[in-house]
Ligand binder design. Structure first.
Ligand code: DCP
Ligand code: CA
Ligand code: CA
Length: 389
């Protein structure tokens, strides 16, 4: 028996590309969504907000409450306040509400730290983390290898993640665990806030099929409307619908996707979106200024932060963007694309200073904030292979 097992193991090690049917492990994907993210950060920063209705606003900057609700805490939600609604309407729904302006750069920094925690739990495949951030407060983490395909172990991983985020950031999140991204994503919103839900393959249909088609991740209002016209109400109805008829209404790709998604099938990998990731830092100058020395000092510090983040992940960049916000709160950006990937601090400093020089030659209004951001990131080619050339 032992012999057979070790023969199997050695076959598996030597032929990793053998058809999945022989050695495939049950996939386990975890999805994390932070709870009332922007408002939760504000609550954490100011304990006096505890117990009050809190709304974070994208203020238009014109007068008083002229913006829209970016998000709100659960107390505010009890009065019917929702993201996207005018702040003036939110005020009418609950006059006691505390309104705060959104501080997106700050939330992005908190998000970056959370993403680093999540990434550390991901499987590593071909030297890449099986990790995918999909928005400022959401990410997928593939944990197939780390759990050996075991959903009980996956539940423990989910709890560990929640605890680590709570301990390090004093924030709660909701976790969904499933056999693929589609199910994990739909599962994380089942228990919110501070929840964790596991849908293992044996529970997949009883979870998915009673839901309305509009709940299927990837179906928008237009598709939901068309499906309704076709008499398709639940996801079960969709799963049982003739695929040829779906294709004739929605086209081949979409028709097949609908049929498969309704059966809970999703083979898309958890993968950093190629080129989509950026690393950036932004900060406020000690005073509004056009003094190149003062601005360079801050920009150099931000550059160092960016480089140390690139170093820790072994990444290079090809694109550099410098942002300035002037004392009238107008924002300007300029970018450069290098003709080869780079990762040295000197190159990044040189490019950011060059762009800064251009900004300074064009502006008469003092700068208030500056930022630097790198994009088109990729894994560095190791030193050895560079020497080989
Ligand atoms: N956001 C925004 N405008 C919107 C929706 C969201 O500015 N119309 C921002 C604020 C949110 C963050 O994105 O805090 C994350 O969005 P979510 O949809 O995940 O909502 P929350 O995290 O705020 O709440 P929930 O607990 O429902 O996830
Ligand atoms: Ca959220
Ligand atoms: Ca979200």
């Amino acid at each position: 028996m032992l012999f057979v097992l070790s023969l199997f193991q050695s076959l598996k090690d030597n032929y990793t590309n053998l058809p999945g049917i022989f050695f495939s492990m049950q996939r386990v994907v975890l999805h994390v969504d932070m709870d009332y993210f922007f408002a939760a950060i504000e609550e954490r920063e100011n304990p006096e907000l505890q117990g009050k209705a809190v709304v974070v606003c994208m203020l238009s900057g014109r007068s008083g409450l002229s913006g829209a609700v970016s998000t709100c805490n659960y107390i505010a939600r009890e009065s019917g306040i929702k993201a996207g609604m005018p702040c003036s309407k939110a005020k009418k729904l609950n006059p006691e509400t505390v309104f705060l302006p959104a501080r997106k750069d700050f939330y992005t920094l908190v998000s970056d730290r959370i993403m680093e925690i999540l990434r550390s739990y991901a499987d590593v495949r071909d030297n890449e983390d099986a990790f995918e951030q999909i928005s400022i407060d959401e990410a997928f983490v593939e944990i197939t290898e780390k759990t050996g395909g075991d959903f009980n172990l996956a539940f423990n991983t989910g709890i560990r993640i929640k605890n680590e985020i709570k301990e390090k950031e004093q924030l709660t999140c909701s976790v969904g665990i499933g056999p693929n991204k589609l199910i994990a994503k739909m599962t994380s919103s089942v228990q919110k806030p501070d929840g964790i839900t596991v849908i293992s393959p044996d529970k997949l249909k009883s979870f998915l099929w009673p839901l309305k088609v509009s709940k299927l991740w990837g179906i928008g209002d237009v598709t939901a409307g068309k499906l309704q016209e076709m008499g398709i109400v639940t996801i079960k109805d969709l799963a049982e619908y003739n695929v040829i008829d779906l294709i004739s209404t929605f086209g081949k790709t979409r028709g097949i996707w609908l049929k498969q998604a309704a059966a809970g099938i999703d083979d898309s990998p958890v993968k950093e979106r190629e080129g989509s990731e950026q690393i950036g830092r932004i900060a406020t100058l000690p005073e509004d200024t056009l003094d190149i020395n003062l601005i360079s000092q801050l920009l150099d510090r931000l550059t160092e932060d960016v480089i140390s983040k690139l170093d820790s992940r072994g990444l290079s960049f090809r694109n550099v963007t410098v942002t300035v916000i002037n004392s009238k709160f107008k924002m300007y950006t300029k970018s450069r694309t290098l003709n080869h990937p780079a990762y040295s601090k000197e190159i990044l400093l040189e490019v950011t200073r060059e762009i800064l020089g251009e900004f300074l030659s064009e502006s008469r209004t003092e700068f208030r904030r500056v930022g630097v951001r790198v994009g088109e990131l990729q894994k560095r080619i190791c030193q050895k292979s560079l020497l080989d050339y």
